[in-house]
Design a binder for this molecule. Structure first.
Ligand SMILES: [Ca+2]
Ligand SMILES: [Ca+2]
Ligand SMILES: [Ca+2]
Ligand SMILES: [Ca+2]
Length: 195
């Protein structure tokens, strides 16, 4: 949503530019449906507005819409950023809005939004992200576990039977010398054996 205008002292949200926005990836969590036209629906239907990939209080018909507590960081103090306490574990501390939006706004199969964090854009105004390094060095398979599968992939890179992406290369280069070789295998195996 963008280009919004508050009309007089009415409790309603005016959705500007909605034909372009199509209501994608927005959060509407008004407790009272009167406070939010997205929950009220009639006005939207008059416009033929499609609402999809959105969190609508009370629910709304449309592709991938949800109706759940968005787990804002501190809404009482106007902090509407999403929260995810136990990142990267996808448990109940993860806001259901995280990665629940769509990068393909017009549905043509090509991503229109590219500067998101995680597997997809989030619903809502603020993209949730973490500054912490995502993966430990050695976790080449990027599954938050260092085990024999990482060794197998590292060996495949060294034997040139597989080609690392830049991020995989960085995770595989255990000693940080810019090369992938047996020294990195030894360092990786030592981590696994040492626990
Ligand atoms: Ca995201
Ligand atoms: Ca597209
Ligand atoms: Ca791994
Ligand atoms: Ca190395």
């Amino acid at each position: 949503m963008w280009g919004n205008t508050a009309v007089d002292d009415s409790p309603n949200i005016y959705l500007g530019d909605c034909y372009d926005a199509n209501g994608e990836s927005s959060v509407c969590d008004a407790l009272d449906p009167e406070e939010c036209y997205l929950a009220g629906c009639e006005w939207i239907n008059d416009w033929g507005l499609l609402v999809s990939f959105s969190n609508i209080h009370g629910g709304y018909e449309g592709e991938e819409n949800i109706d759940s507590n968005p787990l804002y960081t501190d809404p009482e103090n106007d902090d509407y950023r999403l929260s995810w306490e136990n990142y990267p574990t996808e448990d109940k501390t993860m806001s259901p809005c995280i990665d629940a939006g769509t990068a393909d706004i017009d549905g043509d199969g090509e991503e229109d939004i590219t500067d998101y964090f995680g597997t997809a854009p989030d619903m809502g105004a603020f993209e949730w992200y973490t500054e912490e390094p995502e993966y430990q060095t050695g976790d080449i398979t990027m599954d938050y576990d260092i085990n024999v599968l990482d060794v197998i992939l590292l060996v495949a890179f060294i034997m040139l039977t597989d080609t690392p992406e830049a991020e995989e290369f960085a995770l595989a280069d255990m000693n940080g010398d810019g090369l992938l070789n047996v020294l990195d295998v030894v360092a990786l195996v030592n981590i696994i054996l040492g626990g």
